[in-house]
Write a protein that binds this ligand. Structure first.
Ligand SMILES: Nc1ncnc2c1ncn2[C@@H]1O[C@H](COP(=O)(O)OP(=O)(O)OP(=O)(O)O)[C@@H](O)[C@H]1O
Ligand SMILES: [Mg+2]
Length: 229
C-alpha cells in the first residue's frame, strides 16, 4: 500500500518557470525518506502540493490512493488532519500558549480534554519543552518555537508527516534528537517526508533520498547506496 504517489507532476507558478517538472515517485506505508536539492530546486513546492497549499499544473498527487485533485473546499481541512506539516517558518498562533498551540489539532478532532492533556504533555517532555507549556511563542527561542511546530504536527499521529527544513534553527544535538523522533514515527503508523539541504544530516540518517535539481527528480537513492562517512 502506498501512502503517497506523485504521477508525472509538474508545477509552474504564475509568471514563473517550472518549479517541478514531470516528477514521479511512490512512498510506501511506514517509510521515512528525505527530499534534498539546491535552494530553489523545488523541495518546498513538492511538500506544498501534498498539504494542498498549492496545486499541480499537470499530473496527479495521491494520498493513500486518493487523488488530491478531488479534495476541494471543506474537504481540504479534513485532508489536513491526515497530513501533519512542519513549516519552514513554523506559523504558531502567537496569542496562544505553547500548550494550546500543540493541543489545537487534537481539539479539532474532538478529543476529550484529559486525553489531550496527556498527549500534549508527553509530547512536550519528548521535545524537552516540559517547562515551557504556559509560555507564548514570542517568549521562546527560535529553536524552541521550531520544536513547538514539530510537536503540533506530530501529536495527532497523522498518516503522513511532511517537514520543511525542520532542523534549520536547531543545533546539531537537537537536530539529531528531532531526527530520532521522526525515525520513531513509522512504527506508530506515520510515514515521514523531510525536505532538507543539510546533506550531512541526510546521509547520517541512512534513509531513501530524493534529489531535486531545478525541479527535476534527478535521483532516487535507496538507503543501502548511501556511503559511510
Ligand atoms: N509563490 C511562488 N511564486 C512564484 N514562484 C515561486 C513561488 N514559490 C516558489 N517559487 C519558485 O519556484 C522554485 C522552487 O521554489 P521552492 O520554494 O520549492 O524551492 P526550495 O527547494 O524549497 O528552496 P529553498 O531550499 O531555498 O527553500 C524557485 O525558483 C522559486 O523561486
Ligand atoms: Mg524551501
Amino acid at each position: 500500500m502506498s501512502v503517497l504517489r506523485f504521477d508525472n507532476v509538474s508545477k509552474q507558478y504564475p509568471g514563473g518557470h517550472a518549479a517541478l517538472s514531470d516528477v514521479s515517485f511512490e512512498v510506501a506505508d511506514g517509510e521515512m525518506l528525505f527530499v534534498t536539492g539546491h535552494s530553489g530546486a523545488g523541495k518546498s513546492t513538492l511538500l506544498k502540493l501534498i498539504h494542498l497549499s498549492e496545486r499541480p499544473s499537470r499530473g496527479a498527487v495521491l494520498l493513500a490512493e486518493r487523488n488530491l485533485a478531488k479534495v476541494r473546499g471543506r474537504r481540504v481541512a479534513l485532508h489536513r488532519r491526515d497530513v501533519g506539516v512542519v513549516f519552514q517558518d513554523h506559523r504558531l498562533l502567537t496569542d496562544r500558549s505553547v500548550f494550546d498551540n500543540i493541543a489545537l489539532p487534537l481539539i479539532l478532532r474532538g478529543m476529550k480534554r484529559g486525553e489531550i492533556g496527556r498527549r500534549v504533555r508527553s509530547m512536550l517532555e519528548r521535545l524537552g519543552l516540559g517547562e515551557r507549556e504556559r509560555a507564548l511563542p514570542t517568549q521562546l527561542s527560535a529553536g524552541e518555537q521550531q520544536r513547538v511546530g514539530i510537536a503540533r504536527a506530530v501529536v495527532s499521529e497523522p498518516r503522513l508527516l511532511v517537514a520543511d527544513e525542520p532542523t534549520g534553527n536547531l543545533d546539531p544535538t537537537l537536530s539529531a534528537e528531532i531526527m530520532a523522533l521522526f525515525a520513531s514515527l513509522p512504527e506508530r503508523g506515520t510515514s515521514v517526508l523531510v525536505a532538507s539541504h543539510d546533506l550531512g544530516l541526510v546521509k547520517r540518517m541512512k534513509k531513501r533520498v530524493l534529489v531535486l535539481d531545478h525541479g527535476v527528480l534527478a535521483d532516487d537513492i535507496p538507503p543501502e547506496d548511501l556511503a559511510d562517512e
